[in-house]
Design a protein around this ligand. Structure first.
Ligand SMILES: Cc1ncc(COP(=O)(O)O)c(C=O)c1O
Length: 386
């Protein structure tokens, strides 16, 4: 709860708003914010310490505003991970993809502009919109949480948004967005005039690929479409698969024109020398940083199968198909009851997404075993109470 004195001239539209954030509770098993549960290897931590020490003496100077070395490292990583080689002018970094996204809204949103997404989706999007006076419109996903392509096209052509924001894999559902759908939407956007903007402007299409490394092998990334589409941008992060949430590093791959728009709105020297050094150090050990991704994918498949075998009120639980490191499962008459019973057993998951569903993020083997034991107990106590 906030305690803001009414004498403060807080913006009218922010009065009564609460700061966003999942609970940060000190419990034994935290499966609520889609982190990578495995700590960094000693070797990686040592390189980070060394690289940060190297820049420490120069902290009297501002860092490289254009973070060129880091942008080159993003290029190399993308070529390795997605098979598409872009130029350094097509990459951009910031403090988490949260900051990347805010810069996108600052550059392309604003009063009179609309951003369009497909819900249920990441709960921060409406906040970026609110903070930049952008209107936020959603098209509802289908029952299986895939996007409703026809309705999305209808929304784009009738609204003329300046930003079309799609998430793949989606949070909180884990749903992949097929590249064929991205291509269809790009073709529509390339013919759509943005409402309230100069004649001849078209929506930017942002694909948020925060969890993309967890996708099923063989699934292409939207990065492969960047060379042919000037209005496409793909946002990524080192927070999830790369096990680097604490360092706060996100990045965007896009046409150099889009990057230049973000350079207008970014704060000067937004990426500290320490952040740049730490991220470069982590990229010296890309394979070590990513070594648990396959394991987490396996954990996801095993956990999904196990959850689907569990009974609630005499029926098997539902689990949304996920290509991410989390699972959305349900449906529960009273999801808060399930959440609280798990919490009282030391396990924190997330109440998010559509009513009656809960989201659990993949932990270590030991954490998942604790989760399964506790959750089976919770289901048994609920059944007994009926
Ligand atoms: C879909 C999605 N995009 C972006 C982010 C932000 O990640 P970060 O700011 O850590 O890069 C998250 C975080 O959970 C997310 O779920």
């Amino acid at each position: 709860m906030t305690s803001i004195p009414s004498s403060l001239p807080l913006r009218n539209d922010l009065i009564g708003e609460e700061p966003y954030g999942a609970p940060q509770l000190d419990v034994p098993v935290c499966l609520n914010v889609n982190e990578n549960p495995y700590p960094l290897d000693d070797e990686v931590a040592d390189t980070i310490a060394r690289r940060v020490r190297e820049v420490a003496q120069n902290l009297n100077r501002y860092p490289d505003r254009e973070h060129i070395k880091l942008r080159q490292a993003f290029c190399d990583y993308l070529a390795y991970e997605s098979g598409t080689r872009l130029g350094v002018e097509q990459l951009w970094g910031a403090n988490g993809s949260n900051e990347i996204m805010l810069q996108i809204f600052q550059a392309f949103g604003g009063p009179g502009r609309t951003a369009l997404g497909c819900d249920p989706t990441y709960s921060m999007y409406p906040e970026y919109a609110r903070d930049t006076f952008t209107s936020w419109k959603v098209i509802h996903r289908k029952g299986d949480f895939t996007i409703d392509l026809d309705k999305t096209i209808e929304g784009i052509t009738s609204i003329g948004p300046s930003i079309v924001l799609l998430t793949s894999p989606n949070n909180p559902t884990g749903t992949n967005l097929p590249l064929s759908d991205v291509k269809t939407l790009l073709a529509i956007c390339e013919q759509t005039q943005v409402a309230g903007a100069q004649e001849g402007t078209h929506p930017v299409v942002i694909i948020d690929e925060a969890y993309v490394e967890f996708r099923n092998p063989g699934t292409p990334s939207a990065v492969s479409l960047i060379p042919e589409h000037h209005n496409l941008a793909v946002s990524r992060t080192m927070s999830k698969a790369f096990a680097f949430a604490g360092a706060r590093v996100g990045y965007l791959a896009a046409d150099a024109g889009i990057i230049d728009c973000l350079r207008i709105v970014r704060m000067p020297y937004h990426l500290s020398a320490i952040t740049q050094a730490a991220a470069l150090a982590a990229f010296e050990h890309t394979d070590l940083q990513l070594k648990r991704v396959a394991k987490l994918r396996e954990t996801r498949e095993e956990t999904a199968a196990w959850l689907r075998s569990q009974q609630y009120h005499g029926s098997n639980l539902q689990v949304a198909d996920s290509e991410s490191n989390f699972l959305l499962f349900g449906k529960f008459d009273d999801r808060m009851l399930v959440f609280n019973k798990l919490l009282s057993r030391g396990i924190l998951i997330r109440v998010v997404g559509p009513d009656h569903w809960l989201r659990v993020c993949m932990g270590t083997e030991r954490e998942m075993s604790t989760f399964r034991t506790a959750f089976a107990e919770v289901l048994a106590t609920i059944d007994k109470q009926q």
